[in-house]
Write a protein that binds this ligand. Structure first.
Ligand code: FES
Ligand code: FE2
Length: 460
């Protein structure tokens, strides 16, 4: 689409000139899952998004009242609680949920509000994980069985009104998908399968339950949880923020899809240059850069940087993980194929970028967020996931380059992304005239979708 033809388009119809992501993926000539070449975009308006949504205490409180208690959110992975008696505490703002494995079978997982029915003490500390045969309050020793039934109440003669029936631990809904344990505090919530929209169908190609946590990094960031999340919703910022990637990754021609109220996707291609470059690098130069330098690369006639690099990845990653990647297309092996699940999660489809992101308010601070990254490696055939590793905790000033096991190139990218956030949060507060953010109709559509769905919860 050239600039002239774009003049007559309606808002949202314009696209970056040059080959689209879909053109590139089809151009690979490989068998690609149908879901990767489907497009789903709809113009959703172009009003500015009010800055208040990121800085107002009142808005933040509304999210705690109307959003967080009613959405499905993943709390942990199944491998965090493999043994009977294992427990894990998931916190979001004022809420604290205690997840417990109470039996051997895969389904035997329950979740409770982490609050004693005597005088409210947390049964397990925030952000803790452990194993115990009973759930015993550390204050006066009221105790429950793993299935939530009353086990023991010291001096029960003093509590004639306490019945086993009324004092079973109130349950929080649990759903399992993709190796994740989801919770929902709303007893009337829709089933998780419905909430997930396209996830089950699309991820059938890339089963996340057949993966295990290789690395878990958690970083505190000085910005609202939505602002942090939105920094990962688009590739528009690559030009300015990650300019080192311009020769080896598409950006302005990334594809954005919104599948429903709660799910969206971007695909940005790797092994192709940015449309911003005036001069296209040679295929050999792209391969050289992707291998970390060296100009002695030759790309055989009829091959492309994407075919050469994906062949290599297919072999190397296949050997590393002892899995057969012969059926995987270049796109699945190389591209950033990233799905969003409302309200706070991204899941990547590929094996090169096997990443899960989650964003939460940090306690009750509207200007602070917790950003979790999980690197999920594929399980070897017949392997069960080992126990989940402890998260590596990073403070605001700490660099991702200090994290063992995180790809060094990716660590630099995360440092670049997260450096912007404090400046954006402070800049929004400093804005005197302009009261909202102005979004691109196409490249920033996922951000607008998140806010529209958030409104549906807040106005319900
Ligand atoms: S507050 Fe839990 S036993 Fe008293
Ligand atoms: Fe980025």
């Amino acid at each position: 689409m050239n600039v002239e033809t774009q003049k007559n388009l309606k808002p949202g119809e314009a696209r970056c000139p040059g080959p689209s992501t879909r053109d590139i993926i089809i151009g690979d000539g490989a068998n690609v899952p149908e879901v990767l070449v489907t497009e789903s975009y709809e113009f959703l308006g172009d009003e500015d998004i009010p800055y208040d949504r990121y800085i107002s205490e009142e808005f933040f409180q509304q999210e705690f009242d109307k959003l967080w208690p009613r959405v499905w959110q993943w709390a942990c992975r199944v491998e965090h609680i493999p043994e009977v008696g294992d427990n894990y505490v998931y916190d979001v703002g004022p809420y604290s949920i205690l997840i417990v494995r109470h039996g051997e079978s895969a389904e035997d997982i329950k979740a409770y509000h982490n609050s004693c029915l005597h005088r409210g003490t947390q049964l397990k500390p925030s952000a803790s994980a452990g194993n115990s045969p009973k759930l015993r309050c550390p204050f006066h020793g009221w105790e429950w069985n793993l299935d939530g039934t009353v086990s023991e109440i010291p001096c029960r003669w003093d509590f004639p009104k306490v019945t086993d029936e009324d004092f079973a631990l109130p349950e929080v809904k649990v759903g399992l998908w993709g190796g994740f344990v989801f919770i929902n505090m709303d007893a009337d919530a829709m089933p998780l399968e419905d909430y997930l929209e396209v996830f089950p169908q699309h991820f059938a190609h890339w089963p996340l339950e057949e993966r295990a946590i290789a690395v878990h990094v958690q970083k505190m960031l000085p910005a609202n949880w939505k602002m942090v999340q939105e920094a990962f919703a688009e590739a528009y910022h690559v030009l300015e923020t990650h300019s080192q990637a311009l020769k080896t990754a598409g950006d302005a021609n990334a594809q954005y899809d919104v599948f429903g109220e709660r799910t969206s996707r971007f695909i940005h291609t790797v092994g192709t240059p940015s449309p911003h470059l005036d001069e296209r690098p040679s295929e050999a130069e792209i391969v050289g850069l992707m291998r970390g330098g060296g100009d002695d690369v030759e790309v055989p006639e009829g091959e492309t940087a994407r075919s050469v690099v994906s062949d290599q990845l297919r072999q190397n990653l296949g050997e590393t993980h002892s899995i057969d990647l012969s059926g995987w297309s270049p796109s699945e092996l190389m591209d950033s194929i990233q799905y969003h699940l409302f309200p706070n999660t991204y899941m990547h489809a590929g094996v090169t970028l096997p990443l899960i992101y989650r964003f939460r308010p940090n306690g009750m601070d509207v200007h602070s967020a917790i950003f979790d990254i999980l690197v999920l490696r594929p399980l070897k055939p017949g392997e069960t996931a080992p126990d989940a590793p402890e998260p590596v905790m990073l403070g605001e000033e700490d660099s991702y380059t200090t994290v063992d096991g995180l790809d060094p190139g990716l660590a630099v990218v995360y440092d670049q992304d997260t450096r912007n956030l404090g400046m954006q949060q402070r800049g929004i507060r400093a804005s005197m005239g302009k009261k909202g953010e102005t979004l691109g109709n196409y490249q920033e559509i996922r951000i607008r979708r998140i806010h529209k769905t958030l409104d549906q919860y807040l106005n319900a």
